[in-house]
Design a protein around this ligand. Structure first.
Ligand code: SF4
Length: 252
């Protein structure tokens, strides 16, 4: 009889979702060593699907984009038309982070196109920024089917790409658009309403993060536009204060 596994069912489910092979003790493991050798000669080598992202920190923008374009680390590669890496000024002060590509983005290979993209452009204009001046990326680089929420295992696999984008860009502020982007970026399950109007920090560099609603949500709930305007003004203030403190730090 196969003995019970030392990991819990939940732990096994998570490992299975990550496609990490789990060794299970079988009767064959209790056989004498010499009898096992023959089996091992024909054993299947497990492919860990490149779980190791350790070399990403050596990649420049072009190499990183090429890596993402051929990524098959999660199931979403099977249903995407193309990857959606990110767009904009690679020396921007502002990084805008959304959730994942939708149908238009999947078709065009660019984040925030279509009606939500136009609204994002208007939001940026409201605080004196042009789309070309900022950098725009998503938590996930491939479209989830039927625009469902990203799954934890997909975020785990994809987020090192965004982390590398942040390291290359070194933005002075990150504007997180919508609950999914904010919660995944900041590793919290705080509701988005409670995250608004607060200054968070991202990564070892402590880059300021401000949260607001996703433009697609605003298209469905236009009455929330006033709140977004307040959030954008707050983000502009955080950005100005960040620059000021950097200037002071350089002068001292
Ligand atoms: S979503 Fe990210 S991790 Fe998954 S296949 Fe696309 S690029 Fe790779």
């Amino acid at each position: 009889m196969t003995p019970p596994h030392p990991l819990s069912r939940r732990q096994l489910e998570v490992l299975a979702a990550l496609e990490i092979p789990v060794w299970r003790r079988t009767a064959a493991d209790d056989r004498p060593q010499e009898n096992r050798k023959k089996d091992n000669d024909t054993a299947v080598n497990f492919d860990h699907h490149g779980l190791d992202h350790a070399d990403l920190d050596r990649l420049d923008w072009e190499a990183l984009e090429a890596r993402v374009a051929r990524c098959t680390l999660c199931e979403l590669h099977k249903t995407r038309t193309q990857t959606v890496f990110g767009v904009g000024n690679r020396e921007a002060d502002w990084l805008i982070v959304g959730e994942a590509p939708g149908a238009d983005e999947d078709r065009q290979g660019e984040p925030f196109v279509g009606r939500a993209g136009q609204l994002l452009n208007e939001m940026l204009r409201a605080i004196g920024l042009r789309r070309e001046e900022v950098y725009i990326a998503n938590i996930l680089k491939c479209r989830p089917p039927r625009n469902r929420d990203p799954r934890p295992e997909e975020v785990v696999r994809c987020e090192p790409y965004l982390q590398r984008q942040v390291a290359l860009l070194q933005p002075h502020i990150i504007l997180a658009l919508g609950r999914i982007a904010a919660q995944n970026l900041l590793k919290t399950d705080t509701p988005i309403g409670a995250m608004r109007g607060r200054r968070y920090r991202y990564g070892a560099a402590g880059i300021p993060v401000v949260v607001t609603y996703h433009p697609a949500y605003l298209l469905r709930s236009p009455k929330e536009k006033r709140k977004v305007w307040l959030d954008l003004k707050f983000a502009r203030q955080v950005f100005a204060e960040t620059l000021e403190s950097e200037v002071e730090a350089t002068a001292s």
